[in-house]
Design a protein around this ligand. Structure first.
Ligand code: AMP
Length: 190
């Protein structure tokens, strides 16, 4: 299984990505998590990424693409993966297409979590309070949603044209959303 999970910041992608990845026994590869680990570790990649993350902007494509290319070349991703938070720009879509083609692979599905924008802002503010995430002040949250709408939402149409988008209502309890996701992906396999 080679899957993507998409949706605006705060849609619950990370939580659902882990459950779906476990279900299909593939690694969940979250670019946000990898960047955060590098920020915590104080690596050169982390120092560079932090400048963008703190402002709610995207890390440059070249940096992100190289990071994903090496991550999905690791042995645990040979049988598939679930990408969470990548691709986020049209240039990243083209790059991922190239990576997949090199391995003679295709994407099986692009899971899109749909959510209500104001609910998402409230969710992110609550998470910022609990986790103390530096990238989650209200201004930054609104900027991240804006960047998502401008740069990432158009990607859904690209994958829609390929007929691989699976939309799932992301509002509600975690378990409820998870059930919907599994039902939608099972339908796909039938
Ligand atoms: P996330 O946890 O997925 O919301 O990612 C947190 C932050 O990491 C984003 O706001 C971006 O600054 C950066 N980031 C994560 N994935 C990407 C990507 N595919 N392209 C550019 N920046 C990214």
């Amino acid at each position: 299984m080679r899957l993507l999970i998409m949706g605006p910041p705060g849609a619950g992608k990370g939580t659902q990505a882990k459950a779906v990845a476990d279900h299909f026994s593939v690694p969940a590869v979250s670019t946000g998590d990898i960047f955060r680990a590098n920020v915590s570790g104080g690596t050169p990649l982390g120092v560079e990424a932090k400048r963008y993350m703190d402002a709610g902007e995207y890390v440059p494509d070249e940096v992100t693409n190289n990071m994903v290319r090496s991550r999905i070349a690791e042995p645990d991703a040979a049988g598939g993966f679930l990408l969470d938070g990548y691709p986020r720009t049209l240039a990243q879509v083209a790059e991922l297409d190239g990576m997949l083609k090199a391995g003679e692979h295709d994407l099986d599905a692009v899971l899109v979590l749909t959510v209500d924008q104001e609910a998402v802002v409230a969710r992110l503010l609550k998470r910022a309070e609990i986790e103390g995430r530096a990238d989650d002040t209200e201004d930054v949250i609104r900027r991240r949603l804006e960047v998502y709408a401008e740069e990432t939402e158009p990607l859904i149409a690209v994958y829609d044209e390929r007929g691989i988008v699976v939309r799932v209502d992301g509002m509600g309890e975690i378990d409820e959303v998870q059930q919907r996701i599994f039902a939608a992906l099972d339908d796909l396999q039938d």
